[in-house]
Each structure stands twice: as C-alpha cells, then as structure tokens.
Design a protein around this ligand. Structure first.
Ligand SMILES: Cc1cc2nc3c(=O)[nH]c(=O)nc-3n(C[C@H](O)[C@H](O)[C@H](O)COP(=O)(O)O)c2cc1C
Ligand SMILES: Nc1ncnc2c1ncn2[C@@H]1O[C@H](COP(=O)(O)OP(=O)(O)OP(=O)(O)O)[C@@H](O)[C@H]1O
Length: 299
C-alpha cells in the first residue's frame, strides 16, 4: 500500500474509488466503506482511503492503521491535515479540484451523515448531484449501529477511557491492540518477580486506563496468552508509560522481537504496593485470574 502525507500539493492518481472521512480506529462502520471501495477493484479502479484531519492521539497509530488497511487490500492511504486551505475550501471546489481533478475519482463512498468542505456544507447528496455531472458514482452507506447508537470513533474513545475492552472490541470488529518491539525493562521482573515483556506505546497512541488486562500477544511465529500492566509501575517508579506482559508458559528472552498485544478484559487498576513481596503476591493472583478468564472463553 502506498502512504501519502499531504503537504501542499495533492498527488495525481489514475482512476480511483475513494472513501472520505477521519478514520480514527477503522471500526465496523469504516470497514463497510472500505468494502464498498474494494468492490470497485474489479472495474480496474485503485482504492483510496482519504483521511482528513486526524487528531494528535489515535485509537490506532499511523503505522498500525497502515498495517490494517494494507491487510484489507486498500491501495493508497492519503493523510490530509485539516490546514487553512482545506478548512476554507468550498465543498464544490474540493470535489472538482481534488476528488475529480487530482484523484480522478470514479467512485466515492461515504457514510450517510458525512459532512465536508467550508462550513461543513458538503453532503452525500451534493456528492451525488456533482457525481452525475462530473461522471462519478456514489455509495451513501447507512450508519452501522450498536443498539440505538451509531458506531463512531467518539463512542470507541469513550469506552476505551472506561477500560471497557469488550465493548471497544465489539465496536472495532477486531481486538484493540498495541504494536511494539520488546525492550529491556530494569530486569527486576526476571530476578525477583515474574519474567515479563516490555513495550513502549507510541506517544500518539490512545491507551485504556492504567491497570491490568487479560491479553493475547502475537509474535512472529507464536501467540501467547498473558496479563498486561499498562502504566508507570508506581511501586518501583517508572518515568514512561509501559505495556508490560507476563506471558503464561513462556520462559524465553523475546528481546528485540516485534509484538502485537491484544486487549480483551480489564482486571484491576494499577496500584502502589508497600513492598515488592506484596506486589509479587498480587501478580500471582492476577495470573490465576487471567488464566481463569481465558479458560472461561474456551467453554
Ligand atoms: C500483570 C502485571 C501487573 C502489574 N501491576 C503492577 C501494579 O499494580 N503496581 C506496580 O507498581 N507495578 C505493577 N507491575 C509492574 C511491576 O512493578 C514490574 O513488573 C516490575 O517492577 C519489574 O519491572 P522491570 O521489567 O522494569 O524490571 C505489574 C506488572 C505486571 C506484568
Ligand atoms: N457507523 C458507521 N457506519 C457507516 N459509515 C460510517 C460510520 N461511522 C462513520 N462512517 C463513515 O466513515 C467515514 C469516516 O468517518 P469518521 O471517522 O469521519 O467519523 P466517525 O467514525 O463518526 O468518528 P468521530 O466520532 O471522530 O466523528 C465517513 O464517511 C463516515 O460517514
């Protein structure tokens, strides 16, 4: 997949099917739009996800999002900051100059309440009208719902903030995860506590609350269940936020290996313990609870 970050000029593409929006998280609603543009591949169109104005913190980081979209089969990811030029561009100008002029869009997919352009005056209906004149088709996709609420990145952010991983995963349609490379901790885990793997999430990564989670870690050639602490390890006092996992049934040193940690269940908040021994007793209890959680899923 090609990744294009816009800094001024837009690239000139050949015939494309484009989906438009912010796309923080690539949730179940976003996935429907991605399916719509992928359907256009058989007509020889290249598929473009045009991401407009993402925030400084994201449910999936830039790299994580690239991986998800690449796996889905999207050809081009365009990241376009909401700068003054874009913010003040009339919806009609955006369609004529960028969508049709630069991206050569022959098909556009958006959600039914998508708005764009100066004063958010661009609507799916405007796209349909302009499409008839300028020669592109439009898919206006009904909102994917969770009960009576529309699925949105805002909804997922709210649930992530509460640590409600079951709901987050349901809305995303895939487990929430953090990618990283295993780093060395202070080595205390191995010596006096339990052996653990440490990764440091990217600064832009939106994280669930500090605490302990039941997780599944994916390495190149294997997948292991475990329990993960998100936080600053207040008992020993760490300066940066870490994602530290005790993997059940793994004694190896995994230092340097790329890893994806998927979060399934929030177990308890991170606490400061009066001694390392007290922390160790808690970790042993956490591990038993974590194993019981995964056994319960097998039933
Ligand atoms: C599942 C799990 C839960 C943890 N919970 C806490 C906690 O509640 N409070 C805390 O201070 N540290 C907690 N820790 C972090 C330990 O303090 C840490 O494993 C230990 O200090 C070793 O760190 P090191 O790898 O940097 O040597 C937890 C670690 C794991 C793996
Ligand atoms: N639940 C949904 N079902 C179908 N399409 C959706 C859904 N949510 C968003 N879309 C569409 O996906 C594109 C990208 O959505 P966008 O990320 O801008 O909105 P969002 O997910 O509602 O996020 P936020 O809560 O940050 O506004 C837009 O075209 C939007 O209309």
């Amino acid at each position: 997949m090609e990744y294009l970050k816009i800094d001024g000029e837009f690239p000139r593409l050949s015939k494309s099917a484009v989906t438009l929006g912010k796309f923080d998280g690539i949730h179940r609603g976003h996935q429907k739009l991605v399916e719509k543009i992928l359907e256009q591949k058989e007509k020889g169109l290249q598929t473009v996800l045009f991401s407009l104005g993402i925030g400084s913190q994201m449910i999936f980081t830039k790299d994580e999002r690239c991986q998800l979209l690449e796996k889905a089969g999207v050809d081009v990811l365009i990241e376009c900051p909401l700068d003054n030029r874009i913010r003040h561009m009339k919806a009609e100008t955006f369609v004529k100059e960028i969508l049709v002029g630069d991206l050569q869009a022959e098909h556009v997919a958006v959600g039914e309440d998508f708005r764009f352009g100066y004063e958010r005056k661009g609507t799916p209906q405007l796209l349909e009208t302009m499409g008839r004149k300028l020669g592109f088709t439009v898919d206006v996709v009904p909102k994917e719902m969770e009960g009576r609420r529309k699925i949105s990145s805002t909804f997922i952010r709210e649930e992530l903030k509460k640590g409600n991983m079951e709901k987050v995963n349901d809305l995303l349609g895939i487990p929430f995860f953090v990618d990283g490379v295993i780093e060395h901790g202070r080595g205390m885990g191995h010596k006096v506590l339990l052996p653990t793997t440490n990764i440091v999430p990217a600064k832009e990564k939106l994280m669930p609350p500090n605490g302990v989670y039941d997780t599944v870690s994916h390495f190149k050639d294997r997948t292991l269940c475990g329990i993960t602490n998100v936080g600053y390890k207040p008992t020993i006092g760490e300066k940066f936020l870490g994602v530290e996992t005790y993997l059940f049934d793994c004694e190896e040193d995994l230092y340097g290996e790329p890893c994806r940690v998927e979060f399934f269940h929030y177990s308890r908040p991170e606490k400061r313990f009066s001694s390392i021994e007290a922390l160790k007793q808690q970790l042993l209890k956490d591990a038993e609870k974590g194993k019981a959680y995964f056994h319960s899923l097998e039933k």
